[in-house]
Unconditional design. Structure first.
Length: 91
């Protein structure tokens, strides 16, 4: 994310904020601090929403969806309940 912010905000072929600022070094410093703070806040938002559960991030959720397919429904199974298992052997 940090590299994309530099590209979008400071590169001469995009917004070119460094050339329009009176002090380009200060502009770069402000951009760096702002991007850092945004990533910290985003990480805090994704880290925990106060419920104590560990949730996957957006990239992991997409990767799992592409790998394993859609999540199974939480309703009852179509074939009925699973058979009981005793001592590692089927019923």
């Amino acid at each position: 994310m940090f590299g994309y912010a530099w590209l979008a905000l400071l590169a001469p072929f995009t917004l070119d904020l460094a050339a329009h600022a009176a002090r380009p070094t200060a502009t770069g410093l402000v951009v760096a601090a702002t991007v850092w703070l945004a990533t910290v806040l985003l990480a805090r938002l994704l880290d925990g929403r106060g419920d104590g559960r560990d949730r996957p991030g957006p990239a992991e959720a997409v990767l799992r969806r592409l790998t394993y397919g859609p999540a199974p429904s939480s309703g009852p199974a179509k074939d009925g309940p699973l058979p009981a298992v005793r001592d590692g052997k089927g019923a």
